[in-house]
Design a protein around this ligand. Sequence first.
Ligand code: NDP
Ligand code: GDR
Length: 355
Amino acid sequence: MKKALITGITGQDGSFLADFLLEKGYEVHGIIRRSSSFNTERIEHLYIEELKSSENFYIHYGDMTDTSNVIRLISEIKPDEIYNLAAMSHVKVSFETPEYTADVDGVGTLRILEAVRILGLEKKTRIYQASTSELYGKVQEVPQKETTPFYPRSPYGVAKLYGYWITKNYRESYGMFAVNGILFNHESERRGETFVTRKITMAAARIANGKQQKLFLGNLDAKRDWGYAKDYVECMWMILQHDNPEDFVIATGEMHTVREFATLAFKYAGIDIEWSGEGIEEKGFNKVTGEVVVEIHPDYFRRAEVDQLLGDPTKAKTLLGWNPTRTPFEKLVEIMVENDCKLIESEKSVNYEFK
Ligand code: NDP
Ligand code: GDR
């Protein structure tokens, strides 16, 4: 039985990856942080006794900033595969916590690599590093592929740039199977509620149910290549099963604006939106009632924006046989809205009127 260690197991990707690996027959170990309130909602279903998978599932307390903890856990578990998904993953927040972000997302990656090297596991343990399309930032080439130059635009992007290069460096210096998946935005019903897609689908569901009046957003013109997280975690695994340690871009090859995402999400929730106004004055109106349902708020703009990202998944398609269009954009939005409409039906609080 193969053993996998997932950092960031309580996150969107970590939780889907745990489901996927348990299904494949892996023994799965995950690192969780001590928190004053519950942070294990996304993996709660794996604790349920009756579930067969739970017997191969182990969680350990830890933190990416704690070197001795990382070394001890890797030495005890001796994993065949490590998926390093833990990160301070919010681009806007990284402007407010730049040093912490560098420690977790940049040096945290080094701690994993060094632990594997110090413990003499270089030939046993394969390492997946969660790299990101934010590395491209101010894009130098469209679409972006494995050879496109990087130009990060946030402390998050810069920290991840270190993670990318140190992974590549350990591969080249120590012959380790350490690889980067350069993943473009991927979303799901488990996406954190402060990322734009989930913020929109939750708000659309609440507004349609009379539990919220308005949604406040930032840059509606930002364009992203949005895929479905469940499809992307499968690709993380495929990258580690590949014969050669190589870096891969994972994307759908299709790009949409935030405005398009919002329009479609509200439509699935039963509200047709009409956009009117320019720039910060732009508003989204409910076509039937005339009420304003979307407004722009300056708080949600970034100091340096990544205007557009579009990935070229040809390498992953050709070498791994991965299908980038398994879940098309429209289907992704539908899955998320459908989930959130069900979710908010049972929600008692109506405290969401303002941002
Ligand atoms: P989430 O924000 O949903 O999850 C992040 C995870 O990291 C959580 O489990 C969080 O724990 C954990 N974490 C944060 N800080 C620490 C720390 N100091 N020590 C230990 N664990 C920590 O992210 P996603 O699941 O969306 O993304 C997974 C990875 O992929 C991240 O590295 C992200 O940067 C990267 N990525 C994501 C993309 C996306 O579109 N989703 C695209 C490209 C890359 P807790 O629950 O306690 O907060
Ligand atoms: P991103 O995702 O920054 O691409 O990083 P996010 O959903 O936060 O933003 C996408 C785009 O939408 C614009 N936007 C808003 N964003 C948020 N969060 N809230 C708003 O109200 C809002 N209005 C407009 C943003 O300006 C941006 O252009 C995600 C994270 O998962 C990273 O960890 C990952 O590396 C990248 O995707 C790929």
